[in-house]
Every structure is written in structure tokens, then in C-alpha cells.
Design a protein around this ligand. Structure first.
Ligand code: THU
Length: 165
């Protein structure tokens, strides 16, 4: 039997950052501040990420580039590596991302690359919690609830069928 199926996802769009709830707005401001600390001399595209943990702690990350291009790391993976290392048992509940060029904040919201999507998926399956993802541009922000919206039909630890810690 052949069946055609359909996967869709919903997101909420905000025209102004001020329309976000106060916690999400705070997270976006943290991501913007983190972007200021990015090391992006090659692309000149600075990205900041901020992870909110269950305890309320906010952990930041930024993209850190390298003369050997593949050695660079994106803001999202930088933030999650930081939170996993320093707050192992405190689960991420939200992740905000913002980006800037030499002209300031980008109009378009940044969207995580494929590798970062995979890492966010891993963190959701490690903790068993969905992560609210806040993609923030200068005048447009969208929020999706969980990585499955951005990474459907994902490969994750369940596919490996091995004993997990
Ligand atoms: N980048 C991020 O840090 N996060 C994203 O969501 C998109 C891209 C970085 C990688 C690289 O340093 C620069 O932006 C240009 O691709």
C-alpha cells in the first residue's frame, strides 16, 4: 500500500520584539548582547544565542570563526555546549537566536543551520524536554515549539537502539 502523508508545523510571528512575553524578550536581548561578542572576522556575520534553563539561568553563546573555516562553531552550538557543560542537570526550555552585520541587527531572523538543528534535537532527546525556539530579526520574530518543526523525521538516539545513560 502506498500512502502520502503530510507534515506541517505552526509558528507564531511577532512584528515587534516588544510584543513578545517578558521572558522571551529578555532572552532575545541576551542573544543580541551575545552577538556583540561573536568572533566573526571572516563572514562579518555575528550571531548570538541565549538558552533559558528550567532554573531561570540564562546561558549565552556566539559564533566563533577560525582561519580554518570548518573549525568555527555556530552560536547555537556554542550556547548549548556551555549549558550542557556547566549546568548539566538544568534542562533548556527556550533558545533565542539573533544576528547582526556591520549595519546592526539583521532584518531577517537567523535560522539554525542543519548541524545546529541536529544538536538541538539531541539536547531535546537527552533531557526529554521540548525547547522553544525564538528566531529574532530586527522587526520580525518567529517562535516554534520544539525542534521537530525545524527538523522533521529526525535521526536521534532512538534510532541507535543502544542502552542509554
Ligand atoms: N551562524 C551561526 O552561528 N548560527 C546560525 O544560525 C547561522 C550561521 C554563523 C556561522 C558562521 O560563523 C556565520 O554565521 C556565517 O555563516
Amino acid at each position: 500500500m502506498i500512502r502520502t502523508d503530510n507534515i506541517s508545523f505552526s509558528y507564531t510571528e511577532y512584528e515587534k520584539t516588544e510584543e513578545l512575553g517578558s521572558e522571551d524578550m529578555e532572552l532575545v536581548f541576551n542573544a543580541r548582547e551575545a552577538a556583540l561578542n561573536a568572533y566573526a572576522p571572516y563572514s562579518k556575520f555575528k550571531v548570538g544565542a541565549a538558552v533559558r534553563l528550567e532554573s531561570g539561568v540564562i546561558v549565552r553563546g556566539a559564533n566563533v570563526e577560525n582561519a580554518v573555516f570548518p573549525a568555527g562553531i555556530c552560536a547555537e552550538r556554542s550556547a548549548l555546549s556551555n549549558s550542557i557543560t556547566n549546568h548539566t542537570k538544568d534542562k533548556p526550555i527556550a533558545l533565542a537566536i539573533a544576528s547582526m552585520t556591520e549595519d546592526g541587527l539583521t532584518e531577517d531572523f537567523p535560522s539554525p543551520c542543519g548541524s545546529c538543528r541536529q544538536v538541538i534535537a539531541e539536547e531535546e532527546s537527552r533531557t526529554g524536554n521540548k525547547i522553544k525556539i525564538i528566531l529574532s530579526g530586527k522587526n520580525k520574530t518567529i517562535i516554534v515549539n520544539g525542534i521537530s518543526s525545524l527538523l522533521p523525521l529526525q535521526f536521534n538516539r532512538k534510532n541507535l537502539r543502544i542502552g542509554l545513560p
